[in-house]
Every structure is written in C-alpha cells, then in structure tokens.
Design a protein around this ligand. Structure first.
Ligand code: ADP
Ligand code: MG
Length: 243
C-alpha cells in the first residue's frame, strides 16, 4: 500500500443483520488529510465510520490501516492503534462533570498522562474550559460536542473519525471546529468526516468521496468538487445540501 494511504477498504461487504449496506466498497483514505464523505441519507456514510471503528465487522472484504488488516479488531485494539471516533449525536456521560468525562476519555492513557493532557486539549475549547466543573448535561449542545471532540483528542489519535460534528453548533463554533480539524490534519492527523454542511466542509477538506447505496461513486479533490458546477449540481445542489 502506498505510503500516502492510511486506510483502505477492499471490497467491504458490511451491514446490519441481513441488510447489507456497504456493497463491496473500495475506498482509499489519504494520510494526514481530511476526507469528506458525502452522499444522500442512507448511503452508508455513518456505516463506513462504524465499520472502521470495529462497531460492525465486514462480512466480506478487508479494512486495512497502515497496511494491516484491522477487519476483526476490537475497539480497544483500534484505540490502541490510534483510531478515535466521535459519533453523531450525544455521547457523553450526562450526570458526570466535564472533567470526569475527560478523565474517562483518557482511561487507556493512565491518570498521570490524562491529567497532563486535559489542560492542553482544553486550550482549543475555551468555553468548555470555563465549565470544567459543570455537569456535562448542563452544557449547551455545541459545548457538549466540543467536549466530545476534546475527549477524543486526549488520545492524540492518528485517525479521527467524526460524524456530523456541526449538528447543534452555531456557525461560529462550526468554523472554529473546522479550523481545528484543518490544524490537526496539517500536523499529521488523518481525518474522515461525514458532514451535511457540504460546502463549508469541502472548503477545509482535501478529498471528497461520494457514496450511493454503499458504493463509491466519486472520489475527487475537494477543491475540484467545489469548482465544478456539474458536480455541484449533482452532489451539492439537491437533496444532500438541503438536509
Ligand atoms: N443499527 C442499524 N440497524 C439496522 N439498520 C441500520 C442501522 N443503522 C443504520 N441502518 C440503515 O443502514 C442504512 C445506511 O445508514 P447510514 O450508514 O447511517 O447512512 P448515512 O450515514 O449515509 O445517512 C440506512 O438505510 C439505515 O436505515
Ligand atoms: Mg449518517
């Protein structure tokens, strides 16, 4: 596998019970870049992230990370290899404090390292920092999402999988989060993002992959996609952009 490629899906068949969602999907995800997954609702975007993070096992085919087959790996293995996942929706322990949520995120690091890293990570999230002793459920939706991202970054992941981060965030916070993702990619993190805010997400992405019915129907540079009026009409003009 080329040095440039961090993750590869090799004819991956995966789904839920008897319902196959990824239909022998082939994908290549570039290292130290942001890859945006786009496509209509139900196309399988979230399923790609779940498969990468070991929440679904491929029925056929292989998922490779840095050339190694991770198809059967557990989530603990995958965290150890440097993958982190921020799923869609709410994923905090609502009764626990902000700090306790962060501590739990660092459980695989040990207490000392976790306590060292928490203030570093929170530099990127001043609003969360201010509310460090609040109960997580008392934070706004946007602050909770920032806390989830902060919790994932504690692990200094090599790969960050992030599903629809902008939901519930104000436009300014979305821009801050996008800026941070861009910085992380510049520093070497491989990012795979699903985002309905396709146009703004493309502006900070390197690659764009469109899925339809669990297949890759397009893989282009994000900048090309933004510049191409036909593609814009096909992928950004209709259903996808308006959701
Ligand atoms: N836990 C689940 N059990 C059964 N079907 C599911 C589950 N999660 C998603 N699906 C189905 O899989 C298909 C693809 O879902 P998903 O990957 O979430 O799409 P996307 O993120 O592109 O909108 C959808 O038809 C959805 O209804
Ligand atoms: Mg989804």
């Amino acid at each position: 596998m080329s040095q440039d490629i961090a993750i590869q899906f090799d004819k991956v068949l995966a789904g839920y019970k008897d319902l196959m969602i990824l239909n022998h999907l082939d994908l290549k995800i570039r290292r130290a870049a942001i890859t945006l997954l786009i496509g209509p609702n139900g196309a399988g975007k979230s399923t790609v992230l779940k498969t990468l993070f070991g929440l679904l096992k491929p029925r056929e085919g292989r998922v490779l990370f840095e050339g190694e087959d991770i198809s059967g790996a557990t989530q603990k293995d995958l965290l150890g290899k440097g993958l982190a996942f921020v799923p869609q929706g709410r994923n905090l322990f609502p009764q626990l404090s902000v700090y306790q949520n962060l501590e739990l995120g660092g459980i695989t690091l040990g207490t000392k390292l976790t306590h060292e890293r928490i203030p570093e990570v929170l530099k990127h999230f001043p609003r969360v920092q201010e509310r460090i002793h609040s109960q997580a459920s008392a934070l706004s939706g946007g602050e909770q999402k920032q806390l989830e991202i902060a919790r994932a970054l504690l692990l200094r992941p090599k790969v960050l999988l992030i599903d629809e981060p902008s939901i519930g965030l104000s436009p300014i916070v979305v821009q801050d989060v996008f800026k941070l993702l861009r910085q992380l990619a510049e520093q070497g993190t491989t990012i795979v993002m699903v985002e309905q805010n396709v146009k703004s997400a493309l502006k900070i992405s390197d690659e764009a992959i469109a899925l339809e019915s669990g297949r890759c129907v397009l893989h282009r540079k994000a900048s090309e996609l933004l510049a191409d009026p036909d593609i814009e009409r096909l992928f950004l003009g209709g259903h996808v952009a308006s959701v």
